[in-house]
Design a protein around this ligand. Structure first.
Ligand code: ADP
Ligand code: MG
Length: 298
């Protein structure tokens, strides 16, 4: 059975003239990994800040866990890292986490368990100040996991890390997700979202460009690459087809984008009926990167 972790409906946030979040809606179901993807300044952090109760919304609604509890109660079941991790530099990883346990009234046995999840068990007695940025970020994840939250929220979890650090964080996110924790992460990196998320919300200027599965984003759009004896004639006929969105010529091939999914055999038959016999017909799917660029450039 699906159960609702977070439901966001028609959320808006204005900072004076800036419409930072413009009518964002998102349903987060238990067990999935969600990405909010968009270039810098597209409203990702603002959206996370609102649902975490650190930024005031202008209008719209959101509710946690089906609306069954007050936001401040619900947030006790949420683990979030939205700022650079900050711990006591002269205390060890273990001491820092024990302090968090003490404040939040969590059993100390969770410290080793979570240090293990983030691969820091061997470094538990090292002082925080000796940690690399990647290790600090992993300790922050361990800290956010101490109370076994229903959902883990991460804002740009790999920002500033070296390739190895990035790889480790992504592996940890996948591990946590495989153990059943729902995840919501914000990122401006397409490949990050592609690698770890099952669902994605694409934002630009605060507006939703796409919301759905990562697979759906790659599958829905594609284009035909065509060639005929007369490409000019072919283009003329395509331009008059009601389902065709865009036609142009590229490197001797005619590229045709349709508004909706369109079968190759239907197109072939249609053109033949118009007296055009193709010597090249290929349906090409756009890569997620091409999709993203097209979405964000429009
Ligand atoms: P992202 O996290 O996607 O980079 P943000 O949510 O941080 O984007 O910012 C969205 C927009 O809102 C940007 O134009 C940013 O400059 C603006 N913004 C964010 N926070 C504030 C603030 N406290 N005051 C004024 N403008 C803000
Ligand atoms: Mg941000």
């Amino acid at each position: 059975m699906e159960s609702s972790i977070l439901s966001i409906k028609n959320l808006h946030k204005r900072y004076g003239k800036i419409h930072a979040v413009n009518n964002v809606s998102l349903e987060i179901q238990k067990g999935n990994v969600y990405g909010i993807l968009g270039p810098n300044g597209s409203g990702k952090s603002t959206t996370l800040g609102i649902v975490l109760n650190v930024v005031n919304k202008t209008s719209g609604e959101y509710n946690w866990f089906g609306g069954s509890m007050e936001t401040h109660e619900a947030l006790k079941k949420v683990g979030a890292i939205i700022e650079r991790p900050n711990f006591y530099p002269y205390m060890t990883a273990r001491e820092n986490l024990e302090l968090v346990c003490k404040i939040k009234n969590i059993d100390y046995s969770k410290v080793n368990e979570k240090l293990d999840v983030v691969g820091l068990i061997d470094r538990k007695d090292s002082k925080f100040k000796t940690f690399s940025l990647g290790m600090k970020q992993r300790l922050a994840i361990a800290s956010a996991l101490l109370n076994d939250p229903e959902i883990l929220i991460l804002d740009e979890p790999t920002n500033g890390l070296d390739p190895q650090g990035i790889h480790q964080i992504r592996d940890i996110i996948r591990l946590i997700a495989s153990q059943g924790t729902t995840i919501l992460l914000a990122s401006h990196l397409l490949d990050e979202v592609e690698k770890v998320c099952s669902h994605v919300l694409v934002l630009r200027f605060g507006q939703v460009l796409y919301c759905g599965t990562v697979d759906g984003m790659t599958n829905q759009n594609g284009f035909f690459e065509l060639q005929a004896e007369s490409n000019a004639q072919l283009m003329l006929i395509l331009k008059n087809h009601p389902e065709v969105d865009q036609v142009f010529e590229r490197e001797g091939k005619v590229i045709a984008h349709f508004r909706n999914k369109f079968d190759a055999w239907l197109l072939n038959r249609y053109l033949a009926e118009k007296g055009i016999y193709l010597n090249h017909l290929v349906f090409k799917k756009m890569s997620l990167e091409e999709q993203f660029l097209e979405l964000t450039n429009k």
